[in-house]
Design a protein around this ligand. Sequence first.
Ligand SMILES: Nc1ncnc2c1ncn2[C@@H]1O[C@H](COP(=O)(O)OP(=O)(O)OP(=O)(O)O)[C@@H](O)[C@H]1O
Length: 599
Amino acid sequence: MKRGMDPGISEKRSYLKQIQPSVTKYAEVIAGVLNVDVEIVDDNLEKIAGTGRFKDDINTFSKGLVYETVLREGRHRVIDFPRENEICRFCDSRGECIETMEIATPIMSDGEKIGVIGLVCTTEEQKGYISRSLDSHVDFLNQISDLIASKVQENRSFETNLASISMLRNILDNIENGVIVVDDGGSVAYINQKAMGKLGVEAEVKVLGKVFDARKGASGIGNADEYAIRIGGRSYKVMGNLLELAPIYRGYRKLFIFSTLREVRNSAYALTSETRLLPMENIIGESDVMKEIKETIAKVARTGSTVLIRGESGTGKELIARAIHAESDRRDQPFVGINCSAIPETLIESEFFGYAKGAFSGASPGGRIGKFELANKGVLFLDEIGDMPLYLQTKVLRVLQERSFSRVGSNETIDLDIRVVAATNRNLEEMIRTNQFRRDLFYRLNVIPIDVPPLRSRGDDLELLVETFLTKYNSLFGKDITGIDGEAMKALKKYKWPGNVRELENIIQYMVTMAGSTGMIMKDTLPEGILRGSKSGNHKISTSDTRTLREIEDEHIRNILELYGTTTEGKKKAAKVLGIGIATLYRKLGEIYQNDKNL
Ligand SMILES: Nc1ncnc2c1ncn2[C@@H]1O[C@H](COP(=O)(O)OP(=O)(O)OP(=O)(O)O)[C@@H](O)[C@H]1O
């Protein structure tokens, strides 16, 4: 510090100033014991404490050169002949100096020079008294200097702790988890903002100091366990971790870090599902039947009714299910699809319902959340429901009736609020007759039936879909294909499309890939299978065709049924196309079935 600078304006932080009252006490102690005046300055040469005639100078700057020298050198100095000493030679205050002797000792903290203690004699008597046992007085000053340094150190760690605590609070208030610290008496000592939000408590005062209790449940997800917690008489179910604190955290016993069940479910859902909404505009088709389907979706989406979508593979059943979700008031909740045919039978139950921690050997130790739980509050899409094993049909029926379930290996019931949309390409009525599908489950699912016709019976929809997919793949592959040539379109229209819209989309993708970057797609770009397929059904009669009239009739009935589906509605339409009554169709189907069995 330059001398003469305004008092109170320091260049750097003064540790001694922060503990000024303690420093003053030490100065008074030294003065009292030794009966001489004492000055203590900080590393800016500002007087922090002073006794006797120095009392009035506190918070001003020292003018002499002794303290400056001691601060610079970091060692004590004894000035036994003030004014004549080499240090005093250049001192501006030399003329006014009335000192007879001075001892100055540095105060060191962490190797840093933070101030000086000055012992000042102004009479010969004082000088004589100090000089007689100079060494022990220097030792005494050094000890006081150490005491002041340790006080500074204490204050510095207290400040560091305060800063760490405030930083920790900042972190805790900005993380996504709820955090509760419980004290030795079992009460809430700290609760972060997120915890208050999750538990729906408005202010700290409502929970701070209230008794906290946490009981671990049977299930867990990942590293978190389910807990039933109670604070001040209210209970909450959350997922979290309860940590016992080490004794060094005096006064605090437990730390509870948690999320809500919904948050844990949602993050599991986000990891396992596609979250994009697919509203009705994604369903392409203007044919009467597709218009009818869209009207049905619009009508039923907002109800909670169960829907059963039936149709061949690739006809857009999942797309319809997603549209029902996107158009419903559950659109902000999960859409969880599960393909009942794609899961090994041994795993299907745990896939559906999840399992509790340690439910069976080989299971993930943290337990697992099932699709039903993931879909809670949202829509569960049970795809290929016809492929669900019978024992599971029974369980699913019970769950749908009771609207609750338990994880495998757990007794705890979880309430269920889901809307079910199921889909199949199997003939469920036939499966009911042959005891492969439960009739009661069928009735529970078939509340709103939607029959999706195969692509080959949707007329002009094919052209519309071709256009849509062309635009999609043009933009995806950066091409500018203008359309499909007439011959190629004719072949596409003649083809039976056993894989329906999925197959059509794949073919268009293939053709856009194979074609040049502009112009029309010509017939020769069509894959061989489509060209061959589009010719069949057009075959000329040859001598090798030895089929009987009966066989041709059977085949034609089968083809028409394939076109309209084997639902009651489909059969009605098929009978109309065949020009026979529904009863005759049933009789003929019975004969076909009998024939097949005899073969
Ligand atoms: N009407 C449609 N408009 C636009 N795209 C469609 C349409 N129908 C189906 N698709 C597309 O065809 C593909 C197959 O559709 P989806 O998976 O919905 O059929 P699915 O009947 O559920 O099939 P599967 O029975 O094999 O599960 C998807 O890429 C879907 O986007």
